[in-house]
Design a binder for this molecule. Sequence first.
Ligand code: SAH
Ligand code: SF4
Ligand code: F3S
Length: 469
Amino acid sequence: MLREETIRVTPEEMAAQRQFAKEFEALTDRPRTYHIVTYGCQMNAHDSEKLAGMLEDMGLSPAPSREEADFVLHNTCCIRDNAERKALGNVTWLKEIKKERPEMLIGVCGCMVQEPGMAEKILRQYPFVDVAFGTGNIYQLPELLYRAASTRRRTVAVPEEQSTLIEGLPIRRESDFQAYVTIMYGCNNFCSYCIVPYVRGRERSRTPDDILREVECLQKQGVQEIMLLGQNVNSYGNDVPGGLTFPQLLRKVSETGIPRIRFMTSHPKDLSDELIREMAENPVLCRHLHLPVQSGSNRILQAMNRRYTRESYLEKVEKIRKAAPDVGLTTDIIVAFPGETDQDFEDTMDLARMVCYDSAFTFIYSPRTGTRAADMPGRIDPALATERIERLIALQEEMTQKRFAEMIGQTASVLVTGASKRSENQITGKTSRNISVNFEGNAGLVGKIVPVKITAASKTTLKGRIETP
Ligand code: SAH
Ligand code: SF4
Ligand code: F3S
């Protein structure tokens, strides 16, 4: 049973959309090719795979570039101000192309569109945008595009309620051997700096049956690695009374025979002993845990509404290290949160040194309208913020080198993901611990898991030699 607020898109509505897709395809004067520009996180990347799936069902084929496409869709992100400016800048850039090719249709979707007031702003300030829709109604793309193409009038659909649960969308996956599988949408945490709960709605979990059916299908197609997606996978199932917990779901998913499972993201406050045990015991789970800490200062963690302390975080790290010492930890850190003192920042540096992460994503705090932190006093001077982030990055580089040095001499199982960008005859892949390794080999190995002896480390990647099994 789903919570009342969750709107499950009915099969009838999905059938109505398929009808729109057919009618669109039958139009004589309609876009034939598409190009999707994607910003933001894995959620958005996966949404783009669904958007591409729908567009191909409507008879469109991919265009090699934005300039050549009949329909260009921007799947936007608004997590930080620069993400938003980049997206809007690129939409504006297309305006010039459209002057030369007026038949071109321009679409904007994703998190940014779901921000309060943004739909109105697009209508007012971006008159060359033909289609706009939010995160909760991507399934309506066939209808919106049909209307835009058949009437040559703008169509905008942004529901206030984005808590939809959509099953059965076609997916055009980017890779044959790695796949995203959403296990839950939305977020209930309201970290005080974060816009995600406002633009992605409340938490809603997919049913285990729907998830398992998708994974079984991927396993049969030969997919080697799946990444289970959710803003906080540890609260999977909380909205479904009597359902599975996240670790229980992991166990079931691993029983499908899929070789590798990853997941993102794990909120420290909800990381359970049960999950740690599962990480220790289940060999199908990749040896990597992304555990965003955000800050090492209790005062700042409280202001961020993270609902854990430095001590409880470190305690959990300790438990993981004890139970599963081969698991690599990575994190996200925000510097210059309002009111962050030198001491608060030193606490963050100290924590990063103590944990010694494999890597860290570091961000300067960016105020987001509508979030609680945007109204907090104590904005940090940009020059000081830059100084802090540079110090943190330098420290993390040191820590990464330390971790990499420990790996030299070990043999890692590596999923080959492609040819190395730098030199010929070199291929590249990811260890179970999610670290890139470059080594000599032929491109025929792409999509396979091979044993690689680690021989050296550079700043961000490892080097290795393939071992003959
Ligand atoms: N759900 C995930 C994170 C999603 S956003 C989680 O809770 O871990 C990814 C990262 O962006 C966050 O972990 C945070 O470090 C960063 N971030 C989010 N809002 C931000 C803001 N307003 N300014 C700077 N960084 C932010
Ligand atoms: Fe944002 Fe916090 Fe939710 Fe992550 S858990 S998406 S940081 S509100
Ligand atoms: Fe992801 Fe950006 Fe939205 S990080 S959830 S695409 S705001």
